[in-house]
Design a binder for this molecule. Structure first.
Ligand SMILES: Cc1cc2nc3c(=O)[nH]c(=O)nc-3n(C[C@H](O)[C@H](O)[C@H](O)COP(=O)(O)O)c2cc1C
Length: 186
């Protein structure tokens, strides 16, 4: 297996965010050849403005660079008022016109199974941006009201298990896609 870099973004700025706990746990649970890097710059991104795209703000350039070095993207985002969190959508808007997102394998994590609208909206946005959602890698884990932090997630098999399984499927999906792309270019 080739080493893989995967970027993980939590759509919550909360210090004790369940979404952040989930991706932090995955970064610890990832197999040896897989690096799950937790993106920490969401709160530093300016509000999206197409006028700024000709001279990218440093925080945006950093996000694009991190994504360009990744073979996959994990998104764990809360639902606010039946929508994607504003900070997550803002980050995605900055990525719409670049090349980094096109055909990028994407895994979605939902930490609140009752929240279906944001997940549906994320699917629509990611597909519109030509990302490739790996369906069997997407997981829903009941973290809401659990009071679990990253360590708690790791130590709770009912939560850590599905997350780890999802990551395994995601890695398999990325590898399968890489092989299919190799064949297509022969
Ligand atoms: C302003 C606000 C609006 C919310 N709206 C919804 C909603 O529409 N549907 C839902 O299932 N949860 C909703 N929630 C609950 C959050 O999705 C939930 O608290 C989630 O855990 C936040 O993610 P985090 O723990 O990663 O910060 C809302 C929370 C807030 C603060």
């Amino acid at each position: 297996m080739k080493p893989l870099n995967i970027l993980a973004i939590s759509g919550s700025l909360r210090k004790v965010s369940y979404n952040t706990a989930a991706i932090e746990a995955l970064s610890r649970l990832a197999p040896d050849q897989v690096t799950v890097k937790v993106y920490r710059g969401l709160g530093d991104l300016p509000l999206f403005n197409p006028d700024l795209e000709s001279q990218l703000p440093a925080a945006v350039a950093d996000l694009k660079s991190a994504l360009a070095q990744s073979q996959g993207l994990i998104i764990a985002s809360p639902e606010y008022a039946h929508g994607i969190s504003g900070v997550m959508k803002n980050a995605l808007d900055w990525l719409v016109s670049g090349e980094e997102f096109v055909y990028l394998p994407v895994m979605l994590i939902n930490t609140s199974p009752r929240a279906s609208h944001a997940q549906a909206a994320l699917r629509e946005v990611v597909a519109t941006m030509s990302g490739r959602i790996i369906d069997n890698a997407c997981v829903s884990v009941p973290l809401l009201s659990s009071n679990l932090d990253m360590e708690g997630v790791i130590q709770t098999p009912e939560i850590a298990g599905p997350l780890q399984k999802g990551l395994q499927q995601f890695v398999a999906g990325i590898e399968a896609q890489g092989e299919a792309d190799d064949w297509a270019s022969v």
